[in-house]
Write a protein that binds this ligand. Structure first.
Ligand code: TRP
Length: 335
């Protein structure tokens, strides 16, 4: 326990706004698992962020619980890391309010994701969608996180978080650790593209191009057999001219642990009719134990409950320490 205090802290979260995908696994969760020994990790299911766009309540509840089961099945370990649900720790909303008073309207207006999402949901541009990055800053700063593993699309939000923290520290003296985005290397499978349109990131909003962690083998195989490639026949990595094949190679390497050279050599002289199902098989074997373990855990609700309750208690203790400090600094009367 004592040397754990010297470990750097990591915080990250995924919204339960859709099912976890092969992209979430290769781009995020796999790295989270690997960071558990070296860092003091806090991993969250950010359900409060999910309601910035309309959700069906029953689906949201089910997906949040499935997400926890899948976190565990992927190897996130509640003995090593804090795993919890954002809405169970009210300090997130409380610090979110305070930080909103240290964030400029103009800063939030410049967020690329806000501009995109407010176009997509033009009939429902809520204040929550606008202040979403402030809640995300609260998530990170409550735990005094040093590193925030996220995809490239979240870099701007982590930068804003850092600006808010720096501003607060400047006004009131050191309060928050300044976090850094930790963006995994793309050549390690960090950016999985859609199987249907390999120029876009694999996304839960594009079901055919997207493999879900819980997809059964025959569905996975069907999606890989239909994956978009090109009119050549050679299996080689060339991101510019062969984005589909390059994406499949990246996935194959991430799933099997082989290097690109090894993979290219293995398929030399073979066409896509051999290559695509081989990638499908590799992914099926990668996901099989995860799917089976997650399904088993979903039948053990009592265990899942004990994990998220314990996680919320541990998270709440860390979060409250930061929030107390913030209350003192801004001038609230101690309770
Ligand atoms: N906004 C992130 C996303 O959509 C999810 C998220 C919420 C997050 N709070 C966070 C990620 C804190 C890292 C740290 O991907």
């Amino acid at each position: 326990m004592e040397n754990q205090e010297r470990k750097k802290r990591v915080f990250s979260g995924i919204q339960p706004s859709g099912d976890l995908t092969l992209g979430s696994y290769m781009g995020a969760i796999k790295n989270w698992v690997a960071m558990q020994d070296e860092y003091d990790c806090v991993y969250c299911i950010v359900d409060m962020h999910a309601i910035t766009v309309r959700q069906n309540p029953a689906d949201l509840r089910r997906r949040a619980l499935e997400q926890l089961a899948q976190y565990l099945a992927c190897g996130l370990d509640p003995e090593k890391s804090i795993l919890f649900v954002q809405s169970h720790v009210p300090q997130h909303a409380e610090l979110g309010w305070i930080l909103g008073c240290y964030t400029q309207f103009g800063e939030l207006s410049r967020m690329t994701q806000f501009k995109q999402k407010s176009q997509q949901h033009a009939d429902n541009i809520t204040a929550g969608l606008f202040t979403y990055p402030v809640l995300m800053a609260a998530d990170i700063l409550l735990y005094q996180a040093d590193f925030v593993p996220v995809g490239e699309d979240q870099r701007q939000h982590v930068e804003l978080c850092r600006d808010i923290a720096q501003r607060f520290n400047g006004v009131y003296s050191d309060t928050f650790v300044l976090p850094e985005a930790f963006i995994p290397r793309v050549d390690q499978g960090a950016r999985v593209m859609s199987l249907g349109n390999p120029l876009n990131k694999m996304s839960k909003s594009d079901p055919e191009g997207c493999v879900n962690l819980m997809d059964p083998p025959e569905v996975i195989q069907r999606k890989f057999k239909r994956a978009v490639t090109d009119s050549e026949t050679s299996v080689r990595y060339d991101k510019e001219n062969k984005p589909g094949v390059s994406n499949l190679l990246t996935i194959y390497c991430a799933a099997t642990g082989k290097s690109l050279e090894e993979a290219e050599a293995a398929f030399a002289g073979q066409g896509y009719g051999v290559f695509k199902p081989a990638v499908g098989d590799a992914v099926i074997e990668l996901l099989r134990p995860i799917r089976e373990e997650a399904a088993r855990l979903m039948k053990d609700k009592a265990h899942l409950e004990s994990v998220y309750r314990e996680g919320a208690q541990r998270a709440g203790r860390v979060a409250q320490r930061t929030l107390d400090k913030v209350h003192r600094k801004v001038g609230f009367i101690a309770r």
